[in-house]
Design a protein around this ligand. Structure first.
Ligand SMILES: Nc1ncnc2c1ncn2[C@@H]1O[C@H](COP(=O)(O)OP(=O)(O)OP(=O)(O)O)[C@@H](O)[C@H]1O
Length: 273
């Protein structure tokens, strides 16, 4: 899990996933302007449909017929007891493991609420995930190296690199990291700024869905308030799904919430705060 988290934090989209296939909008998903142009009338939703998960070689389901629907540019929160399966669900959404049955997709709807076309499978390239304590997986000596760690090195990828550099500027702007030097050691940043950096690393890839596992864990009160304010800003432009025990602090941001029951079933429920 630690290795997967480190790898995930620096993954760049494969060239093949840079553009949509010919039968879709044929727009680049890496570039912020193309993504903005993709937003048409109506809206799209993340839809988890009857997802069950049983780890290979085991006898017991960790997740049972999970259903969840989250509109774009909204903030969803999953809460529940330790060991109920919240992180397992995030891992499925991030494409780190495959559901045993059911599907995870993005469905577009028109203004009257009717689905437009077929649902698109949510691939891992469309998801950014920030694991619990992301700063533990920082690998590089400078902020710049940390962000560009997984970027393509070949000349042929020059265009992609240029696009990523532009995205980097946008990502740093959106998480308020413009005041730090790119030469700074990531480990020397404050707790709140480390979390900002972890978010920026994911935002560079312009994900359709941002998953956060316990984003406030381990931070002091000032950094927690800082991250809550940042998430409030980010939800204006991003679809965010969070797993957390910090219900009171995140409550003002939450559009929809679900309780994960022990045994891996999910039900929509208002936050108990
Ligand atoms: N590959 C696996 N094989 C068997 N059991 C697993 C596997 N992965 C996770 N589990 C078990 O599944 C249960 C759910 O774990 P998970 O980490 O998803 O819970 P959680 O709700 O996120 O807990 P926490 O709030 O403590 O992070 C736990 O009992 C865990 O030990």
């Amino acid at each position: 899990m630690l290795a997967a988290a480190a790898a995930m934090a620096v993954t760049v989209p494969r060239a093949a996933s840079h553009c949509f296939p010919a039968n879709t909008a044929r727009k680049c998903r890496t570039c912020w302007s193309c993504r903005a142009a993709r937003v048409e009338a109506g809206h799209s939703r993340l839809e988890v449909r009857k997802v069950t998960y049983r780890p290979p070689g085991t006898e017991q389901n960790l997740l049972n017929e999970i259903n969840l629907s989250l509109q774009e540019k909204s903030f969803g929160l999953i809460f529940g007891r330790s060991g109920s399966g919240k992180t397992t669900l995030l891992q499925l959404l991030a494409g780190l493991s495959e559901p045993t049955s059911g599907s995870i997709c993005i469905q577009k709807y028109d203004d009257t609420g009717n689905p437009i076309g077929l649902p698109e499978l949510l691939t891992s390239q469309r998801v950014g995930i920030v694991f619990q304590f992301p700063e533990r997986y920082f690998l590089a000596d400078t902020v710049l190296e940390e962000v560009t760690f997984g970027w393509p090195r070949q000349k042929a990828d020059l265009l992609l690199k240029e696009q990523l550099a532009l995205n980097l500027q946008n990502a740093f702007n959106s998480v308020g990291l413009t005041t730090i030097s790119l030469d700074e050691n990531p480990q020397a940043l404050s707790g709140g700024f480390k979390r900002r950096l972890a978010l920026a690393i994911q935002l560079v890839q312009t994900p359709d869905l941002l998953l956060l596992d316990e984003p406030l864990a381990g931070l002091d009160w000032k950094a927690r308030a800082d991250v809550v304010n940042l998430l409030k800003d980010l939800k204006k432009h991003h679809t965010i799904l969070v797993v957390s025990h910090d219900l009171r602090e995140l409550y003002p941001l939450v559009d929809r919430s679900w309780r994960m029951e022990m045994g891996g079933s999910l039900k929509e429920e208002a936050l108990p705060v």
